[in-house]
Design a protein around this ligand. Structure first.
Ligand code: M6R
Length: 609
């Protein structure tokens, strides 16, 4: 996955390109490059490493010109290096391209092009596109690009620039995102809105197969067949500050602190004015349908998958429907039993995760009805699904997902209540009581966030341990999984979560003196059993940090430290317990000097398989 940008207008392109790429580094940051047309030739500058390395390389010698493209890379084909960084050119240097995705048939194309005399400079799949364009070029830029598109297979968003056609950029997409920002006498292209939001809020979001010819004063969009497409302008309803750090040292910390607002925004409009019912007007299915399916699959990746595990718990408990949860990369390869009586719920912050999108398409093909829970309006997943529920979390930039998780939990909780209303599986009184606890959550998340000092201390104390274990039962186990993922991805500490009752089936062998164990103990029905498991690890001299609901006077007798969160219904407590775990991961990463917002080897949204 990578970030791409393009500019055409009257201003210096390089300024926008570098600024835009800085907003897209969450998509990849192992190398970066820009190409700018100076009126005679195209100057390409690239560098391995972060965008900062490219800026250093360019120094004060900025490429001059008002037409340009740029790229920030997350390597798939070819290791990170100057040579493999984009933009890529053909032999003549007349055609320059940037690409996000994978050209699956690149090897066959490359062999053929080498035989025809083309000289390749990189190990990437992308470079074939530039040479192929050179090979098929017929004097008409757009029709030649269409010929290239007919010959390549795979997923892509691509921007093409040519010295022979300096009045336009051409861009297209298939299974990877691309937006066009509409300016006055200038236009912008980017993988995602944060790159253009400081310039314009008016955008076109391209669909698969569409191709846009972007000039300084016009944008023409056509479909695969070359027919004109009339698109609605999509007005972005958040501002540039939302995509900035706003005084926080890192996006991750900012986004953790945005959770009270994010969960409030996600729940508001979905609670009836009298506070007695959930309303989901955006779901166009009637009650009969919501009563009819006999199975739900929840499919997602990473943190969104962890939210799905909590979702299963909610839906089974409240609406009494069988739910299976699967990671998207496994789901479609195991011939899942999906038919017209199945509801498939996909969860994805970005709405662009390739495996999740593929699972969605496959389930539709098998006849399932589909519902997306996503944060990005107009994303591929939002457009592909039959129905969408948006989390209103605002842009999430840090690679480590935080506010997306809590808002996904909110939506799952509300959806389970909504289904319960329709299916009559919970009394109106119970629904009303849960809604009133739900409304307290934003303030309780704020309260949890205010108690940060003990967490900073633990992070300093245990931040240099090699291993950390997380244990819990029922919903505490699902949150433990998310806590462990957060810690490993940002601090690189080896962290594992276990269902507490599973410890004695093997993992207990790893518990030795001084190993930190984070034990979540908020679920009343399994509280005593969790205490027994805590005693098991204490007996092996682990250091135990217990996580409990306020008012718990028991846990402190068995653990070394206790963190408490406000009291709420135990179904809702994951929204609170995850917060100290996010903070612990963040401060452990700080203690270890890690690059929190850009963890090694990771990218924000994984648009390759
Ligand atoms: O955009 P998505 O929610 O589909 O992304 C799914 C995962 O890639 C994502 O949650 C990933 O696990 C995060 N880095 C976790 O913090």
């Amino acid at each position: 996955m990578c970030g791409i940008v393009g500019y055409i207008g009257d201003k210096q392109a390089a300024e926008f390109l570098l600024d835009g790429l800085s907003k897209l580094e969450y998509r990849g940051y192992d190398s970066a490059g820009i190409a700018v047309y100076d009126g005679a030739k195209i100057r390409v500058e690239k560098s391995v490493g972060r965008l900062a390395a490219l800026r250093d390389k360019i120094g004060s010698n900025m490429p001059k010109g008002t037409l340009g493209i740029g790229h920030t890379r997350w390597a798939t084909h070819g290791r990170p290096s100057d040579r493999n960084a984009h933009p890529h050119t053909d032999c003549s240097g007349d055609f320059v391209i940037v690409h996000n995705g994978i050209i699956e048939n690149y090897l066959a194309l490359k062999e053929d092009l080498i035989e025809k005399g083309h000289d390749f400079k990189s190990e990437t799949d992308t470079e074939v596109v530039a040479h192929l364009l050179e090979e098929v070029y017929n004097g008409d830029f757009v029709s030649s690009i269409r010929e290239v598109l007919r010959r390549i297979e795979g997923s892509y968003s691509l921007v093409f620039m040519s010295r022979k056609h300096p009045d336009m950029l051409v861009c297209t997409k298939q299974d990877n995102p691309l937006v066009i920002g509409i300016g006055e006498g200038e236009n912008f292209i980017a993988s995602d809105i944060p790159a253009i939001i400081s310039r314009t809020r008016r955008t076109y979001i391209l669909n698969d197969g569409e191709l846009a010819v972007v000039k300084k004063d016009s944008i023409q969009i056509t479909n695969r067949e070359g027919e004109a497409v009339t698109k609605k302008v999509f007005e972005v309803n958040w501002n540039a500050e939302a995509a900035e750090k706003g005084g926080y040292e890192h996006f991750m910390l900012k986004e953790i602190h945005e959770q009270p607002k994010a969960v409030r925004d996600t729940m508001s409009q979905r609670i009836a004015k009298d506070g007695k019912r959930i309303v989901m007007d955006e779901l166009k299915w009637d009650a009969d349908y919501l009563n009819s399916f006999n199975k739900i699959y929840i499919v997602a990746c990473g943190t969104a998958y962890h939210a799905g595990l909590v979702g299963k718990f909610y839906i089974e408990k409240m609406a009494r429907v069988l739910v299976e949860v699967d990671v998207a990369s496994e789901f479609r390869y195991r011939n899942p039993i999906v038919d017209e009586n199945t509801l498939l719920i996909v969860v994805s912050q970005s709405g662009e995760t390739s495996d999740t999108l593929a699972a969605l398409k496959e389930s539709k093909r098998l006849g399932a009805k589909t519902l997306a829970i996503t944060n990005v309006v107009g994303s591929s997943i939002a457009r592909e699904a039959d129905q969408v529920l948006y989390t209103w979390a605002g842009p999430e930039i840090a690679v480590a997902s935080t506010k997306a998780y809590t808002t996904q939990l909110i939506l799952f909780f509300m959806l389970s209540l909504y289904m319960a209303q329709i299916r009559g599986t919970q009394s109106p009184e119970r629904v009303e009581a849960l809604i009133s606890r739900l409304k307290e959550i934003p303030a309780q998340v704020s309260e949890t966030l205010s108690d940060v000092e003990p967490i900073k201390t633990f992070a300093k104390q245990y931040g240099f341990n090699e291993d950390v274990f997380y244990i819990g039962r029922a919903l505490d186990y699902e949150v433990a999984l998310e806590g462990a993922l957060k810690l490993k991805e940002v601090s690189y500490i080896h962290a594992e979560a276990y269902a507490a009752g599973e410890l004695k089936h093997g993992t207990l062998a790893l518990i030795i003196e001084g190993v930190p164990v984070i034990a979540l103990a908020t679920q009343k029905s399994v509280y005593e059993k969790t205490l027994s498991n805590i005693k098991e690890v204490k007996a092996r001299d682990a250091v135990v940090i217990g996580l409990a609901a306020a008012g718990d006077t028991e846990l402190s007798k068995y653990v070394d430290h206790v963190i408490t969160v406000p009291q709420t219904d135990e179904l809702l407590i994951p929204l609170l317990t995850v917060v100290p775990l996010q903070l612990l991961a963040y401060y452990a990463a700080i203690t270890r000097g890690c690059d929190v917002d850009k963890p090694r080897n990771l990218a924000k949204s994984v648009t390759v398989e």
